[in-house]
Write a protein that binds this ligand. Structure first.
Ligand SMILES: *Cc1c(COP(=O)(O)O)cnc(C)c1O
Length: 218
């Protein structure tokens, strides 16, 4: 894992250099879904502190098994059904997949302080969740009016493609949506396209495969 992390850090460094950005502007989120507790502990030992998980139920089982990770922060990056919102509010520090005002209010009502990102759907793929850009101002206002919630920014998942350049227009679009709403955080970019995301302003990249290796299907 150390070699994989070194390779990722080199890729981040060259993307930052190309974009004239500082390394500290980009948070590497280790996407540990499907991987066992031992894999997260190994990543933690290498200095990683931010973890991304996609499935509330899987993480509910895994979290109590995590030993010696007092500074770890956990981001939910998978779709959140409202009937799992209480569990999610208990388990995670950041919910990156808020896509409605109703879900925001429900999370707020559970009474746990949470960092929030709004997931935006920028393609018309059937399977994707996320808010339509036209709904953003209303959701932003709802999150900002919730005392337990701190709105950090926007998150998106472009359609998967072998070619990272295909994602660039989506990353540009997310940045342009965030600017007028004064949202500093942009969660975008995965193992195969995070350099492009950094060039377009990503503040959080979500990297799974490049760090942990390939996943079996959930
Ligand atoms: C699984 C996942 C990732 C990580 O994808 P990799 O290609 O393995 O880096 C990032 N973001 C989301 C939302 C995911 O579900």
């Amino acid at each position: 894992m150390r070699e994989r992390l070194d390779a990722i850090e080199e890729r981040i460094a060259s993307a930052c250099a190309r974009a004239g950005r500082r390394r500290e502007e980009v948070t590497l989120i280790a996407v540990s879904k499907i991987f066992p507790a031992a894999a997260l502990e190994e990543a933690y030992a290498l200095g990683l502190r931010e973890f991304g998980e996609s499935y509330v139920q899987e993480f509910e089982v895994k979290k109590p098994q995590l030993q010696g990770m007092p500074e770890a922060r956990f981001h939910l990056i998978g779709h959140l059904q409202s009937n799992k919102s209480r569990k999610a509010a208990e388990l995670f520090q950041t919910i990156q997949t808020v896509d409605s005002a109703k879900l925001a209010r429900r999370l707020n009502d559970h009474g746990f302080p949470l960092d929030i990102m709004i997931e935006v759907k920028l393609s018309d793929e059937e399977a994707k969740h996320g808010a339509d850009p036209s709904e953003l101002p209303a959701i932003v206002e709802a999150v900002r009016s919730c005392p337990q919630l701190t709105l950090r920014g926007l998150m998106t998942i472009p359609p998967w493609s072998e070619d990272a350049e295909t994602a660039r227009p989506y990353f540009v679009q997310l940045r342009e949506l965030a600017a007028p709403l004064q949202l500093p955080a942009l969660s975008m970019g995965m193992s195969n396209d995070f350099e492009v995301a950094i060039e377009e302003g990503a503040t959080h990249i979500r990297v799974g495969t490049a760090l942990f290796g390939s996943r079996r299907k959930p």
